[in-house]
Design a protein around this ligand. Structure first.
Ligand SMILES: CC/C=C\C/C=C\C/C=C\CCCC(=O)SCCNC(=O)CCNC(=O)[C@H](O)C(C)(C)COP(=O)(O)OP(=O)(O)OC[C@H]1O[C@@H](n2cnc3c(N)ncnc32)[C@H](O)[C@@H]1OP(=O)(O)O
Ligand SMILES: Cc1cc2nc3c(=O)[nH]c(=O)nc-3n(C[C@H](O)[C@H](O)[C@H](O)COP(=O)(O)OP(=O)(O)OC[C@H]3O[C@@H](n4cnc5c(N)ncnc54)[C@H](O)[C@@H]3O)c2cc1C
Length: 705
């Protein structure tokens, strides 16, 4: 083999040589060890599918939101996947930073063309709204990492839709949706991300020229982080402090052109670049952006919620001061779905791999079991499947809530905005945090092979762990929810009505302790009582501190740890409640076995969280040790009951291999073959001896360095 490859190296370009070389290596391996590198599917996985006792596509339809939506998703997937040009010859992760970016742009353009020419004509704009997760899912067949265009459709277009006047929308949207311009959302600065009232970029109105002057007064006012900003976008939404007639009116969104539409050169007065290597998002050219007294026309301020007239008069249109934050609320809602989908991917990879992988001996001398047969492995993995369901169903429910509040607001009613803000904040915080932790759990459940980039688990983790930070950090968002909860508690205490998601407080303020009941409804009620107990404790602490002379702000700050825990407990109760109700509703007409397995998963989730929070249950409800013991027993029974259906359950997520992009998780279970195929694509395997041998190793080993 060595001789054949040596000969090739002289006659081929490096890439062609490496492709050829890889094939030769594979051929050789196939000849040498036919058994190990067979092309047939893994037998254990086939057996798992044979023992699954429910109709897999029924659950797929439930998760998709109905049979018609499954059909539409599959149609869109088949359009995208039938385009072979999406494939990477060289694994994305083995390229240098420039090549990776260029490759990401190539694939983004290709994908955009497919969406424009074929998908939009099929679905209309609906695919960009409630159904946009289908596009995201399909895009993953093209990108292992993130597309530089993500922010264009994810935030640039939604900001124009949500913050622009009808005239502005009719000017900008056709150009943006047709990709004649590409934009992003530049809010965060070097100095401030969370505290957006503290942003430093200024937009000062000049009535003489009817322009805004955008300026970055110091280093900390440079925009930092926006996806696609470094090299790709020629426009962006810039969030800046608005000054007119000598007064600051706070932060407002502006559409700003940053690059020439023809040459793509940064425009004079604009300083733009990429921020450097990151833990993930390395194909998304996250960028920095500064302005030196850069002028834009007056009508580039997005004026749906407030306006600056030609003479500089400031006019407030919106009835709520926080409507400028609308894009953030929208993206938080979308992210719950986004992370549910990524967790489902990780669960699919880890469960399939666990059915293929055999390790150790349960009983000496007996065949090695599939690792999925270890109860500890089931404990790691089944909660991932259940959580993916819980978050998917919660995200659908949150989307409906969001749409209803949006419809109210179009009619001028912002009454329900605080509740939506509280809900979207805590659901974003918990869903991203849970998903990141569980994706890492999936990686650990796959042992050493989970650490391979080709498993796709590290990339999924690096993407999802970022979602815990961006669009509002975990702690910060839970503190926002806590503000709402404390106010609601005070209202309930004084006998005033409260909004639906906190109605449990009306019963809890009386001070009863809840008696444990191991049914689903009982566990959910206990979760609400835990939330109420934590909110009550927080209120008590704040009041005590104030009684001891602290100002409210200081008392609030000192109670922060309890407040975050209270908001977390509230959100967990909401997820448990929504997951239960939606499961019952969606399986009302399902076949008996689908009903059973969905109920088992739901009970597993509820029992899991009851057991994770035994301290809280003992403290805030009348749960006893015997109740906990019976809950533990039920949990273990559920693991055993779900075990035969585990592979069926992840198959129901219905990820084509092209979207999963994992050596460990492919449908046919040819794990070892794929690991070897990927290893052989490593550029280091392109030649039998690396030149560093001659340059360094040999001189070192021969004492000639
Ligand atoms: C298919 C889609 C898939 C993926 C999505 C696409 C792209 C994803 C990729 C990358 C995207 C990354 C994008 C970004 O990260 S953009 C930057 C996002 N930045 C943030 O989220 C900043 C977080 N900070 C904040 O949101 C706020 O500053 C704050 C922490 C909430 C505080 O705001 P502030 O103005 O200081 O307000 P307060 O004085 O604290 O509160 C006053 C009052 O207003 C209420 N409030 C706050 N925010 C809102 C809101 N959004 N809506 C309604 N009400 C709000 C607040 O609770 C308080 O109410 P009170 O009644 O208590 O007074
Ligand atoms: C991958 C990625 C992509 C991004 N994309 C974009 C983008 O496209 N556009 C954009 O504008 N931005 C983007 N961001 C920025 C992102 O929105 C911010 O990083 C995020 O909002 C957090 O703000 P920060 O970095 O200032 O953190 P900080 O606010 O500095 O937080 C640091 C720590 O302080 C804590 N903290 C801060 N304030 C409080 C408080 N009041 N109470 C208690 N604790 C507090 C936080 O909990 C955290 O632990 C992106 C970030 C990442 C990582």
């Amino acid at each position: 083999m060595g001789t054949r490859c040596e000969g090739l190296r002289d006659s081929l370009s490096p890439i062609a040589y490496y492709e050829e070389y890889s094939h030769f290596r594979l051929d050789c391996l196939k000849i040498d060890d036919n058994k190990e590198l067979s092309m047939s599917a893994n037998e254990d996985l086939a057996k798992e599918r044979a023992r699954c006792d429910f109709n897999v596509s029924e659950i797929t339809n439930i998760l998709d939101g109905g049979i018609e939506r499954t059909k539409q998703r599959k149609k869109i997937e088949s359009i995208a996947l039938s385009n072979g040009k999406c494939c990477d010859v060289t694994p994305e992760e083995t390229l240098g930073p420039k090549e990776r970016y260029e490759n990401a742009i190539r694939k983004s353009c290709l994908y955009t063309k497919i969406v424009k020419d074929q998908v939009l004509t099929l679905t209309g704009l609906e695919v960009l709204g409630s159904n946009s997760s289908v596009l995201r899912r399909t895009a993953d067949a093209f990108f292992k990492d993130i597309s530089p265009f993500l922010l264009h459709l994810g935030m640039f277009v939604p900001t124009i839709m949500g913050q622009g006047t009808p005239e502005q929308q009719s000017y900008w949207l056709p150009r943006a949706l047709d990709f004649q311009i590409i934009g992003t959302y530049a809010q965060t600065e070097l100095g401030h991300g969370t505290f957006i009232r503290g942003l430093e970029t200024t937009a000062t109105y000049d009535p003489d020229t009817e322009e805004f002057v955008i300026h970055s007064p110091r280093l900390t006012s440079y925009k930092w982080w926006a996806g696609g900003l470094g090299k790709t976008s020629n426009y962006c939404i810039v969030v800046a402090q608005l000054y007119t007639q000598g007064k600051c009116y706070g932060i407002h969104p502006f559409i700003v052109q940053i690059r020439d539409e023809d040459t793509h050169m940064p425009l004079p007065g604009v300083r733009v670049g990429e921020i450097g290597p990151r833990m993930g998002f390395n194909t998304a050219d996250n960028g920095f952006l500064g302005f030196d007294h850069y002028r834009i026309p007056r009508n580039h301020m997005l004026m749906k919620n407030s306006q600056v007239l030609k003479d500089g008069t400031y006019v407030k249109v919106a009835s709520h001061s926080k409507l400028t934050y609308g894009t953030m609320v929208f993206v938080r809602v979308m992210l719950v779905n986004e992370v549910a989908f990524n967790l489902a991917k990780a669960a699919t990879i880890a469960v399939r791999y666990s059915a293929v992988r055999r390790q150790s001996e349960k009983i000496s001398g007996e065949p090695e079991p599939q690792i999925i047969d270890y109860v500890t492995q089931q404990h790691k993995l089944f909660v991932c499947i259940a959580t993916a369901h819980a978050l998917q169903l919660s995200s659908n429910w949150l989307w409906k809530t969001f749409s209803a509040v949006l419809a109210d607001m179009r009619g001028g009613n912002t009454e329900n905005l605080p509740e939506l803000h509280a809900l979207s904040s805590c659901l974003k915080a918990l869903s991203t945090s849970d998903s990141a932790a569980l994706i890492e759990q999936c990686r650990l459940a796959c042992g050493g092979h989970g650490y391979m980039l080709s498993s796709n688990l590290p990339l999924l983790y690096s993407f999802v762990t970022a979602t815990r930070t961006y669009e509002g950090d975990y702690t910060v968002l839970l503190l926002q929810t806590a503000r709402f909860l404390i106010k609601a508690w005070e209202q309930a205490e004084s006998g005033n009505p409260v909004t639906p998601t906190v109605s449990y407080m009306e019963e809890a303020v009386v001070g009863n302790k809840y008696k444990w009941n191991g049914s689903a409804e009982g566990i959910i009620k206990a979760a609400y009582y835990v939330a109420a107990g934590k909110i009550s404790s927080s209120v008590t602490s704040i009041r005590k501190r104030m009684k001891n002379g602290k100002a409210f702000e200081d008392a609030w700050e000192l109670t922060g740890v309890q407040l975050v825990a209270a908001a977390e407990a509230h959100c967990r109760a909401v997820i448990c409640d929504v997951y239960r109700k939606e499961t019952v509703r969606l399986t009302a007409n399902s076949s008996p076995n689908v009903k059973t397995v969905m109920d088992q998963l739901n009970m597993l989730y509820l029992s899991h969280w009851a057991l994770e929070r035994t301290g809280d249950l003992l403290r805030y409800t009348s749960t006893t040790e015997d109740d906990i013991i019976s809950c533990q027993q039920r949990y273990e029974e559920l693991l055993a009951a779900i075990r035969p259906n585990a592979v069926g359950l992840v198959d129901a997520f219905d990820f084509p291999d092209e979207i999963l992009q994992s050596t460990l998780g492919a449908y046919d279970g040819r794990v070892y073959e794929r690991l070897m195929e990927e290893a052989l694509k490593s550029p280091l395997n392109a030649e039998p001896v690396n030149r560093s041998f001659h340059q360094y190793l040999k001189p070192l080993m021969q004492g000639k360095l």
